[in-house]
Each structure stands twice: as C-alpha cells, then as structure tokens.
Design a protein around this ligand. Sequence first.
Ligand SMILES: O=C(O)CCC(=O)C(=O)O
Ligand SMILES: [Fe+2]
Length: 299
Amino acid sequence: MTTAPERTADLYPTRGATEVATPRQDPVVWSEPGTAGPFTGEELTGFERDGFATIDQLISDDEVTRYRAELDRLVTDPQVRADERSIVEPASGETRSVFEVHKISPVFAELVRDPRVVGRARQILGSDVYVHQSRINVKPGFGATGFYWHSDFETWHAEDGLPRMRTVSVSIALTENLDTNGGLMIMPGSHLTFLGCAGETPRDNYKKSLQMQDAGTPSDEALTGFADRHGIRLFTGRAGSATWFDCNCMHGSGDNITPYPRSNVFIVFNSVENTAVEPFAAPVPRPEFIGARDFTPVS
Ligand SMILES: O=C(O)CCC(=O)C(=O)O
Ligand SMILES: [Fe+2]
C-alpha cells in the first residue's frame, strides 16, 4: 500500500467560495524575551501589539544619497526597464516597482546584510532569515497609483506557499514620506486576524496583481469592520526612516498626485524555519523574482 505524501496543514484558508476570518495561529515576535538585538524590549512589545515598529533614522543621510542614486540608476537603466523584474504604471508607462533588487544590485545587497536591517529581522523571527522578496517602489509624483488594501501574507500563503506567519517586511524611505504623497497606511492590530479572501486565483495572476490587485482583495464590509475596530495609521518620516511591519498587517497606500516622489525600498525577510512549500491556493507558484525559492540565509 502506498500513502500520499503529506501536505503541509493549511492553517489559513483563503480564496475559497466565501471570505472567512481566522484568528492568527502564530506568534508575532518569535525570539525569546530579552534576546539581544537592535530593537529594544519596548519596541518589540509595541511590534507585537500593533504589528509594526518605526525607526526615525535607520540609515544616515549619506547612505540615503547612495541608495537613492542606485534607485535612480535602476529605474532609468534601459536593460533593467526591459527586464521582467520591472513593473510599470498602467497609465504613464513609468516604472512603478523593480523586484529582486538585492540580487541585481550589489548596493542593495549590502543593505540587506546590514546588521541594523538583518539583525532586526532575526530578532523578530527568532531564527536565521532569508529574503523572500525585495523591491523598490518608486511612486513618482503627478499620478502614481497606490496599493489597494491587502495583507501580504494572504498572497504569500496563497500564491507563494509560505506556511506560517513568520515573515517581516521593512520599508525604508529614500525620499521624505509626507502625509500627502501616498505614504503607507496600516490598521494597527489587524495582524492578529487572518482574512481569507473570496475567489479563486487566476493563472498568472501576478502579472495583473502587481499593477492592480484583484484576487486576494478584501470586501468593503470586511475592511469597514477592520477600520472601525483598529483605526488607520499613516506613516510619515524623513528619508532614512523605516517602518517594520508584520506580514499579516492590513495595509495599503493612496495615489501620489503631488510633485514629490515617494520612493521606498522594501525587503521581506522570512524565517529559514518557514520556507515556501507548494502554493496553498494557486495553480502554480509565482516566479522566483517575486517569491524566492532559494532559502540561503543572509549571513
Ligand atoms: O509602497 C506602498 O505604498 C505599499 C507597497 C505594498 O504594500 C507592497 O509592496 O506589498
Ligand atoms: Fe503589501
């Protein structure tokens, strides 16, 4: 008699017939209390409660200048622009995101290895970590479109096969994030509830969802309930500031119609004890430049 290979249990059902809320089944901070690292105990407590922690100045002004020059280079380099890693604005054709910047740019690779960055990720995830995704989001002025409300984990679970909520993102501002230029909004405390979304994942969903998300989008009713319960926080900060946020935060951002670009670099760290398996709710995994399948720890 043969037995079928055991599938990883699905703790977070999504993309079924109806929208369904599941309480979080995982810790938020995985390291033992008192584990040394760049975050203070107080910051970690806040992260556990709210799902995010902000750092006023993660990198210096000189470093901002260097990383921003590298961002500009990546956005204007015709070879990078022609690469599938570049996602353009549907209307203007301008570059909106470039993925896997830690692989295509030695400068951003350095940022990932920086102890101020990877050290915080290790502290939250309580293990060695690898990069599940990295990207720059450029958001130029005069009409860059926003990112509709979503939980990143919903997509990473459904389409990339991350089993548990043991993943954290950092968004580092490379231009000033004003209250007017399409900054990141998070619903504090929303990371404690998983909202499984209704609707099947179309094949090659990522091609559309990177410009405008559709599958994996919460209903207006659910978002109203979340917002009424948790409120909405807008993150502002000078270039060099950073927001760390849990993988299951309900978040999004508005359009940028100001003249001032809002450019950030995002790095997503996943625990080496939570590596990707088969997608939980999609026909095939997304390409590796969006969801890594190389689990080599950052050293
Ligand atoms: O850049 C933003 O405003 C939000 C980006 C985001 O949510 C994402 O890249 O998953
Ligand atoms: Fe996101």
